[in-house]
Write a protein that binds this ligand. Structure first.
Ligand code: ADP
Ligand code: VHF
Length: 396
């Protein structure tokens, strides 16, 4: 038995498109009902549930006369617009069988990478839970542009788990766990547990399966598991048909043990969900300060400004060679900075709004301090698409 699962009082369950649709396309009511049966049982035992559900685009295909997932963003937006309503209507009817209400929550990465928005999203979700309803979360695909699109719900679910302070993330797919190679290949073995990155060495993490409606495949699930476990949230990855066992703490799928501690609220979003609006180049001294989070970034430490950002936007902080050393929420507009750079003590990024992405050399003028934790940065959807990785591209 998995004690972390049994003791979890608040859980985020993410279900993929491939687990909600029929082979012929369209929503599969029986599969929606089967999932809701499991979630309603968890609720009956006092566990709070947040559902992150994909399927908007898949559900909108048939009603719009589309036979496959469109490759262009405009038709994906249209499909999501029609499908999201159908999806939530289906959940509303299904949860109503248990006297439970659902509330639709549509998020964009852009909305919630800012600190104030993050708090607002937390307040809204916490209130929905406090009032006994089940939040059904998805990305707001209809208004998300290629630039701000988060792109896959696996990573979105990991960030939502952090946002709502969940004790567990459950990823439900059409495959019953992470395999060491293509699961359709004879001889591939399921990993029962992952305790850290070392357990993933040699594992072939591939893209979407044959359903044709999934996004990102195992790549985004493993990234999601890494985001969650690094932030102290264990993850169960299994097939939707094993959801009962997964929530009962039985040994199904792949269990990712937590590897880190909960990080400051908005910093995880800043690191994983935000798309930088510009970049600021720093002196060597300022690089050391921000990489070790020993103080704020002052205008005196800025040597160059690129982009058209305004106060509150996420920006990249670069060293003198252009290497990205941190991300920060900037406190000044791009047009204000040039006249201050190099000499002013005005604060450009507050210390609490900084995420170091690499460790820096120890400062020459002070005693050695512990280096900042080296973080493996998860790509944004935009970077992901640019790299043409897997099938996660918005152009798919
Ligand atoms: N190493 C692996 N282990 C398990 N599944 C994998 C692996 N590599 C690629 N996959 C594929 O990932 C698919 C699940 O991802 P995806 O199609 O995006 O589903 P979902 O809609 O649930 O997000 C599986 O059907 C499987 O074919
Ligand atoms: N937001 C999109 C789903 C994106 C996504 O990650 O899909 P999936 O890989 O099926 O979980 C939708 O609702 O269609």
């Amino acid at each position: 038995m998995r004690t972390d699962v049994l003791t979890a009082r608040r859980i985020v369950v993410k279900v993929g498109s491939s687990s909600l649709t029929t082979a012929a396309g369209g929503l599969d009511s029986d599969r929606v009902d089967a999932l809701v049966d499991v979630l309603a049982r968890a609720r009956a035992t006092g566990t709070e549930v947040v559902l992150v559900s994909s399927g908007a685009i898949a559900a909108g295909l048939a009603p719009l006369g589309l036979t496959e997932r469109p490759r262009d963003l405009a038709r994906q937006q249209a499909a999501a617009c029609v499908g999201q309503g159908l999806l939530v209507a289906r959940y509303t009817a299904s949860f109503a069988r248990y006297g439970l209400r659902v509330g639709q929550v549509l998020l964009t990465a852009d909305d919630i990478s800012r600190r104030a928005h993050y708090r607002n999203a937390y307040r809204a979700l916490a209130q929905v839970l406090a009032m006994g309803a089940v939040p059904v979360v998805n990305e707001n695909d209809t208004v998300a542009t290629a630039e701000i699109r988060f792109g896959d719900n696996d990573r979105l679910a990991a960030l939502v788990a952090h946002l709502v302070r969940a004790n567990l993330l459950v990823l439900l797919s059409d495959v019953d766990g992470l395999y060491d190679g293509d699961p359709s290949r004879p001889g591939s073995q399921r990993l029962r547990e992952v305790r850290g990155r070392q357990d993933l060495a040699g594992v072939e993490i591939g893209s979407s399966g044959s359903s044709g409606v999934g996004t990102g495949g195992m790549v985004t699930k493993v990234e999601a598991a890494r985001i969650a476990t690094d932030a102290g949230i264990p993850v169960v990855l299994t097939a939707a048909r094993h959801a009962t066992d997964a929530l009962a703490g039985r040994e199904t799928g792949t269990f990712f043990h937590r590897t880190g501690e909960r990080a400051a609220d908005h910093l995880l979003w800043l690191e994983h969900a935000s798309s930088p609006r510009g970049s600021v180049r720093l002196t060597a001294h300022a690089v050391r300060t921000v990489a070790q989070r020993r103080g704020p970034l002052l205008a005196a430490g800025v040597t160059r400004v690129d982009g058209d950002f305004v106060a509150g936007d996420p920006v990249e902080l670069q060293d003198e060679s252009g290497r990205v050393v941190a991300r920060g929420l900037v406190g000044l507009d791009a047009r204000e900075l040039p006249r201050l750079q190099g000499h002013s003590t005005r604060e450009v990024v507050h210390q609490d709004d900084l995420v170091p992405l690499v460790s820096a050399p120890p400062p020459v003028d002070t005693a050695p301090v512990a280096p900042a934790r080296v973080r493996i940065r998860i790509r944004t959807a935009e970077e992901y698409a640019r790299a043409g990785a897997g099938s996660d591209s918005p152009g798919r």
